[in-house]
Design a protein around this ligand. Structure first.
Ligand SMILES: *Cc1c(COP(=O)(O)O)cnc(C)c1O
Length: 387
């Protein structure tokens, strides 16, 4: 073998006696076959076989299998972001003439996908009151093929009566997808209530460190998985094993992270209600939160994200006060180790239940800093707003 060939052919070394607790990162575009015949027959390997890096490696399959187990599903499909998980379900299961129902509190890019991409292509959507419960049945006509759930809702935090919505939708023959990002599979398992798809933005609690973008779709039926995989293949969409290996590391600590941020977020939500500049705190664990009873009945606890509605006029010094925060960072997305705060605009994003509060809404995500430092930072900011 000449040097140039040696550069390209990695020597085979022994793996004997090597055992690591880490999942190896398998990178691949090409997958090689032991002989010409197995290459010609590669399409017969089925969707669980390895044929091309884009369609899966042992690294991606490990995370998929782990999420499938956590959700009690049949298979999981990984996609490049949480938003892609939503758009892939909508693109796979809706045809021109079909209609999807989304809650008024949906993660807003999902609404924009329906409005700006699907509707001009002949796929319609309707928006429903997230607290509609079994009443969703009345909105499902023969064109409605899919009902989208997100509980609690983005920004306004309404907890949905997920079992009632699923039951009513199934009775009318519609598929049901549930964006479960706030709860993660540790606090809620939509498939156990009959949903067809459990959607997670792995970017948030599973990644856990604000350094990756991934989404997942866990399905209750193998047919649904095959249909999504075909669309991903046709569109050329897959995920990087490097991102997935970060998620495989993140998921190991998700349990302790969530338990901690859930406890602190509940404490802060209660305490913030006492602030002179706060009109309302929207946190599923507070009895005043719309749908609190469903959170109590269905979910195993809280995660770290909630909203605070300031009193009208309390935002005169807000920009300066936020900029002076020392521990909280200003930014969107959430689920990492750093606590975040951001203002959010709800007025333009509610069409069924108008958002009428005049005060500014702050989104707070609790991270892993010492809660005494966090509380001091927040109280200092609120004091500046009251001044
Ligand atoms: C962040 C988020 C998403 C999108 O996740 P990305 O990975 O950032 O695309 C979807 N749904 C909810 C509820 C989210 O909070």
């Amino acid at each position: 073998m000449q040097d140039l060939t040696r550069c390209v052919h990695h020597p085979v070394v022994s793996h004997e006696g090597f055992a690591s607790l880490a999942v190896p990162t398998f990178r691949a575009s090409t997958i090689v076959y032991p002989d010409a015949k197995s290459f010609s027959n590669r399409s017969k390997r089925g969707f669980d076989g390895y044929t091309y890096g884009l369609h899966g490696t042992p690294t991606t399959r490990t995370l998929e299998a782990q999420l499938t187990l956590l959700h009690g599903g049949v298979r999981t499909v990984l996609v490049p972001s949480g938003q892609a998980a939503a758009s892939m379900i909508l693109l796979t299961f809706l045809m021109p003439g079909d209609r999807v129902l989304i809650p008024d509190s949906v993660y807003s890019p999902v609404r924009y996908f329906c409005q700006d991409y699907l509707r001009p292509r002949g796929i319609d959507y309707g928006v429903y009151d997230p607290l509609i419960g079994a009443g969703i049945g009345d909105l499902i006509d023969e064109h409605t093929k899919l009902v989208w759930i997100e509980s609690p809702g983005s920004g306004t935090m309404e907890v949905q009566d997920v079992p009632a919505i699923i039951q009513a939708a199934k009775a009318k023959g519609a598929l049901v997808a549930c964006d479960n990002t706030w709860a993660s599979p540790l606090l809620f398992k939509p498939l156990a209530h009959g949903a067809d798809f459990a959607v997670e933005a792995l970017t948030k609690y599973i990644g856990g460190h604000s350094d990756l973008l991934l989404g997942s779709i866990t399905v209750s039926d193998i047919e649904l998985r095959q249909k999504i995989k075909l669309v991903l293949r046709d569109m050329g969409i897959g995920v990087s094993p490097d991102e997935v290996s970060l998620a495989l590391r993140g998921i190991e600590t998700m349990g302790v992270r969530l338990r901690h941020v859930g406890k602190v977020s509940e404490e802060f939500a209660h305490a913030l209600q006492e602030s002179a500049v706060v009109e309302r705190v929207l946190h599923p664990a507070l009895p005043s939160c719309p749908g609190h009873e469903f959170w109590k009945r269905d979910m195993g606890g809280s995660s770290g994200v909630f909203s605070v509605v300031l009193k009208p006029g309390a935002d005169a010094n807000l920009e300066a006060a936020m900029t002076e925060l020392k521990i909280f960072a200003i930014g969107a997305s959430w689920g990492g180790t750093r606590s975040l705060i951001a203002t959010t605009a709800l007025k333009e994003e509610r069409t069924v239940i108008p958002w009428t509060s005049k005060g500014v809404v702050l989104r707070i995500c609790i991270g892993l800093e010492d809660e005494r430092d966090l509380w001091k930072d927040l109280s200092d900011m609120l004091a500046k707003l009251a001044a």
